[in-house]
Design a protein around this ligand. Structure first.
Ligand SMILES: Nc1ncnc2c1ncn2[C@@H]1O[C@H](COP(=O)(O)OP(=O)(O)OP(=O)(O)O)[C@@H](O)[C@H]1O
Length: 277
């Protein structure tokens, strides 16, 4: 990939947790580049280190060896150029939903009227227009996720790190949110690194899908999603190319690890694929 095009680069990234004999290698040498404006989905079995890769991109942890670079410089300390939507919503419990969405707008110094208009827009976008005055403890888990997404969009970062952002949503809302995210990325050319366990979501959204193996995690394949844009999440599913990509990703996930763990209770490839459902 053209270096000028690269915004985020993983180079031989390894990450272990613990020290000495207790060290548990999680990421076992991952190398790939993300281009500006590219949408990458990360697929892999539970516990293979997908969130760990996002954490390193956000600067919340450093690789044990290798490097993670953003915009040409190694990520050291918190990466302020990315917006991170973690699995937990991290909403401020003492602020209403609207008050939470307001935080990045206040930091940016938007005037009150402008802020109110933007909050209204974002609440509508995520289907929470009637819940702005509620506190996080008064709404469902799915609604809190949507509020966290609205807050992320309010911050308007160039790069979005998203860790299963839609997993708590019902099927219809999930498709709506996918549609909105596609629209938004098309319009503002966001770079996105998006973790999902859902093959449909991984294909629908991505320019390329990075498939990870069991830990210590390496890349099994990087699959270009050569489907035309703009995409409509529902209609896409009847496209024969979409179905071929689905089968390809399924087979990659079900592939046995190159060096299977020696313990007799190691999960079978089928169990691992099942863990993704
Ligand atoms: N700060 C940490 N300290 C110790 N172990 C950690 C830490 N962060 C992650 N791990 C371990 O690393 C492994 C990978 O975690 P990670 O959350 O990155 O996986 P994942 O692929 O995102 O999983 P899932 O798909 O289930 O969300 C897990 O076994 C986890 O317990």
């Amino acid at each position: 990939m053209d270096e000028a095009q690269t915004i985020l680069a993983f180079s031989e990234v390894r990450k272990s947790f613990g020290t000495g004999a207790e060290a548990l290698p999680i990421v076992g040498g991952v190398t790939f580049d993300v281009a500006r404006g590219e949408f990458i989905t990360l697929l892999g079995p539970s516990g293979c280190g997908k969130s760990t890769l996002l954490n390193m991109s956000a600067g919340l942890m450093r690789p044990t060896s290798g490097s993670v670079s953003y915009d040409g410089a190694p990520v050291r300390g918190i990466n302020l150029d990315v917006g991170y939507m973690t699995q937990a919503d991290h909403l401020l419990p003492w602020r209403t939903i609207a008050g939470n969405i307001a935080v990045p707008l206040e930091i940016k110094g938007l005037a009150k009227a402008e802020r109110a208009a933007r909050i209204e827009q974002l609440l509508t976008l995520v289907g929470l227009e009637r819940f702005g005055a509620h506190y996080p403890s008064q709404v469902s888990g799915g609604m809190r996720k949507r509020a966290a997404l609205a807050r992320l969009l309010a911050a308007d970062p160039a790069t979005l790190l998203m860790d299963e952002p839609f997993s708590a949503l019902d099927a219809q809302l999930r498709l709506t949110m996918q549609d909105e995210l596609l629209r938004l990325c098309g319009r503002f050319r966001k770079t996105v690194l998006f973790v999902t366990h859902d093959l449909d979501e991984a294909i629908t959204l991505a320019d390329r899908c990075v498939v990870l193996g069991t830990r210590p995690t390496k890349i099994r394949a990087i699959v270009p999603i050569d489907l035309p844009r703009p995409r409509e999440p529902v209609r896409l599913r009847t496209n024969p190319r979409y179905q071929a990509l689905y089968a390809q990703l399924w087979d990659l996930l079900a592939e046995p690890a190159a060096a299977p763990p020696r313990t007799s209770d190691a999960p079978s490839p089928l169990t691992m694929a099942g863990a993704l459902a």
